[in-house]
Ligand binder design. Structure first.
Ligand SMILES: *Cc1c(COP(=O)(O)O)cnc(C)c1O
Length: 393
């Protein structure tokens, strides 16, 4: 991987290793499905792997490859595998490591579909799963079985902002030779580098912070080493989970400003969290930058900053949550997160409404929980909007 000595923001701008033959400053969109071989021998060598060369866009494409290299470089991994969506990234990992008779251990509050497919779809193929409170690493040790083939974490978790100790869990998993995957969507590599704590696989919904402009859906899996890369790459290629070149180009553009977007949103998020913590209609606030967060110390150890995601509980429960959603003006009432615009949503009636009551309770998703993704607008406007909406609750 190139650019090893550059700082984060320099890499975000320059990493990827593409030299355009015509000198274009920006990597062009190679909007093509297929690539011409120079002759039969070249075609044969591209297929056998003796020569590097593009064959077909589902297998590889220069615009997509530049993005894969750039994100892998920012995460400090061996190689990236770009996917059509974050869920395609999740499924690339699940399909690569799980199968009939295999068992998954995961944290109980995950992105809704990452858990829902384990409970509704994967059992059809004989995959078992256990969802536990991994904020206590000992629970992971207790849940591992002889057939456990993957440990899957999301930290901070969606939507409860629970933080799991990546290094401790990797230690336990590796005693049993089980690979660990971290969904790093909430932090992006700017705030958290899971490979530094021993994980084997990192994945992202790049729909969120990495692209950051709420205009595409995209995913990425990054492998720590060549071994894991070779296990996962064929899954993406053969399942058709590939990205489109235009999508890759937009994501590469969004990535360039990742650091400055997060700096700005995070600065505001700290102030918004403090505002909410002092508001009489708010029962609790979970934000890793508040000393009241149960894993405040752990957050400081494994995250470079507390990020831009806040969860808070309204004293008035479910109805208060819905009322507040109807009153916000500048913030968009919308799912998704990590964009330049402030987004607000109510998991109990929206993203996590399909979970059973038991699953919601176990995951800490209460009826009054509101999730806020702080954007890059002016802080005074973000706070004024929340303040006026809370008046109606
Ligand atoms: C959004 C999200 C996903 C799924 O990504 P899509 O791009 O919507 O498919 C997975 N994990 C987390 C943490 C997410 O926020």
């Amino acid at each position: 991987m190139q650019d090893e000595n550059l700082g984060f923001n320099s890499k975000a701008v320059h990493a990827g290793g593409f030299e355009d033959p015509k000198g274009s400053a920006v990597t062009p969109i190679y909007q093509t499905s297929t690539f011409k071989f120079k002759n039969a021998d070249h075609g044969a060598k591209c297929f056998s792997g003796e020569e590097d060369g593009y064959i077909y866009t589902r297998i590889g494409n220069p615009t997509i490859e530049e993005l894969e290299n750039a994100v892998a470089s920012l995460e400090g991994g061996f190689g990236g595998i770009a996917t059509s969506s974050g869920m395609a990234a999740v499924n690339t990992v699940y399909l690569a490591y799980l199968g009939a008779g295999k068992h998954l251990v995961a944290h109980n509050s995950l992105y809704g579909p990452s858990r829902a497919i384990m409970e509704s779809l994967y059992p059809k193929f004989g995959v078992e799963s256990s969802f536990i409170d991994a904020t206590d690493p000992e629970n992971v040790r207790k849940t591992i079985k002889p057939n456990t083939a993957l440990i899957y974490l999301e930290t901070p978790a969606n939507p409860t902002i629970g933080i799991t100790d990546i290094a401790e869990i990797c230690k336990i998993a590796h005693e049993h030779n089980i690979p660990v995957c971290v969904d790093n969507t909430f932090c992006s590599p700017y705030l958290q580098k899971p490979f530094e704590f021993g994980v084997d696989i990192v994945l992202h919904s790049m729909t969120k912070f990495i692209n950051g402009h709420a205009d595409i859906v995209a995913g990425m899996v990054i492998a720590k080493d060549e071994k894991h890369y070779k296990i996962m790459r064929p899954v993406m290629v053969n399942m058709g989970f590939n990205m489109d070149p235009h999508q890759a180009w937009l994501t590469r553009r969004g990535l360039k400003t990742l650091g400055i977007r997060i700096d700005r949103a995070q600065q505001s998020a700290q102030k918004v969290a403090e505002f909410l913590e002092n508001h009489p209609k708010v029962e609790w606030v979970l934000y890793p930058g508040l000393a009241s967060h149960p894993q405040f110390e752990l957050a400081k150890k494994q995250m470079k900053g507390p990020g831009a995601m806040i969860s808070f509980g309204l004293k008035g429960g479910y109805d208060a949550g819905k009322k507040m959603m109807n009153q916000v003006q500048m913030a968009l009432l919308a799912v998704s997160l990590g964009g330049i615009e402030t987004l607000i949503q109510h998991p109990a009636s929206m993203t996590h409404s399909k979970l059973s009551k038991e699953s919601k309770d176990a995951a800490g998703i209460t009826d009054g929980l509101v999730r806020l993704s702080v954007g890059i607008e002016d802080l005074k406007d973000i706070i004024a909007d929340l303040e006026q909406a809370l008046k109606h609750v």
